[in-house]
Design a protein around this ligand. Structure first.
Ligand SMILES: Cc1ncc(COP(=O)(O)O)c(C=O)c1O
Length: 330
């Protein structure tokens, strides 16, 4: 039998499956006919589909920011300290800043690029934060997620998970966003599952979900919540419905392609613990590679924001990891 040709893993492709085109167009026709182009049935269906996968309640947003701000506002961080990892996108600390909080940075582990429990424990004792943001960097779940969630619960600290990279991930069946009090997802144009722009807040607490729903739309109807416009259009929600239904397949395809085509060439890759599945937003290696999409992040946020925190692992990670291209192309 002829050897299967390696697909073009290294040319950027949005994780959209051509087989979904017709269905998407049918949903868009539905939206046009509905005469309701925002906060309608497609937004509700996207939320239901996301909840079915994520396992807890969902509120759709126009992007990650709205979801994160709703959670931070609900947590009451104004005038308080929020701890964030330094190895993340600037969206993470900036959301806390715009929610009126002081930001302090926490170091990461070299093994998973995510927040270190030991560094967090020390920062909690020093800064007594109101909230912590845990970022699942790269597509896997932070290895210290369980211990971090336990610590936050014990100390009465609100834990927000930044799930912007973690579509399709699980750890012994448990999904990102279910460790803490809330999770914020992004469906930005480069993500494993994308709607171009879009976001989702996930949470168990019905009060937080109701708060988020009001926050998304200027606090309507009671105006007890000082939200702004973070609504999602029904056309984008339609994309969310088909993308969510396709997500498991996208992630399975990326994992199969990684095992078959990338793992043999990259022994120095990021290794996952038993029982964890990564959505493989990024395929991370610790040796320089010729064909790389670069770093997840080149400069740690504490450096960008001029913080004097001493975070050796965040600095090490910025220097010592690379991403091998891996894009869904079935
Ligand atoms: C870790 C992280 N958090 C937050 C965001 C912000 O998401 P959005 O682009 O939907 O605002 C991104 C990237 O887009 C991200 O990578």
């Amino acid at each position: 039998m002829a050897e299967r040709v390696m697909p073009e893993l290294d040319r950027f492709a949005i994780g959209f499956d051509e087989r979904d085109r017709q269905r998407l167009h049918a949903l868009w026709d539905e939206a046009i006919a509905s005469q309701r182009w925002s906060e309608g049935t497609l937004t509700a269906r996207f939320e239901e589909a996301w909840s079915a996968w994520n396992g807890i309640g969902s509120v759709a947003f126009g992007g990650w920011t709205g979801a994160a701000l709703a959670a931070l506002e609900f947590a009451g961080v104004r005038g308080e300290t929020v701890l964030v990892p330094s190895n993340t996108f600037m969206a993470t600390p900036l959301a806390a800043v715009h929610a009126g909080a002081r930001v302090e940075f926490v170091d990461c582990n070299r093994e998973d690029l995510c927040m270190s429990f030991a560094s967090l424990e020390a920062a909690v004792a020093e800064h007594r934060p109101r909230a912590v943001i845990l970022v699942h960097i790269g597509g896997h779940i932070a290895f210290d997620a369980e211990r971090i969630a336990e610590l936050c619960r014990a100390e009465g600290i609100f834990l927000l998970e930044d799930c912007a990279h973690a579509h399709g991930a699980s750890w012994n069946g448990r999904r990102p966003g279910t460790y803490g009090d809330a999770g914020a997802w992004s469906f930005y144009a480069t993500k494993t599952v994308s709607t171009g722009e879009g976001g989702m807040l996930v949470a168990r607490d019905p009060e937080l979900l109701a708060f988020a729903r009001a926050f998304r739309n200027y606090g309507k109807p009671e105006h007890e919540v000082a939200g702004l416009n973070f609504r999602l259009s029904e056309f984008t929600a339609a994309l969310g419905v088909v993308q969510t239904e396709r997500m498991e397949e996208i992630v399975a395809w990326k994992n199969a392609a990684a095992r078959r085509h990338l793992d043999p060439a990259h022994p120095g890759r990021l290794e996952l613990p038993e029982g964890m599945v990564s959505g493989l937003y990024k395929y991370i290696v610790f040796d320089p590679v010729e064909r790389s999409t670069g770093k997840v992040y080149d400069v740690p946020c504490h450096r960008i924001m001029g913080s004097h925190a001493v975070l050796p692992n965040a600095d090490w990670v910025a220097e010592n990891h690379w991403c091998v291209p891996l894009y869904y192309r079935p």
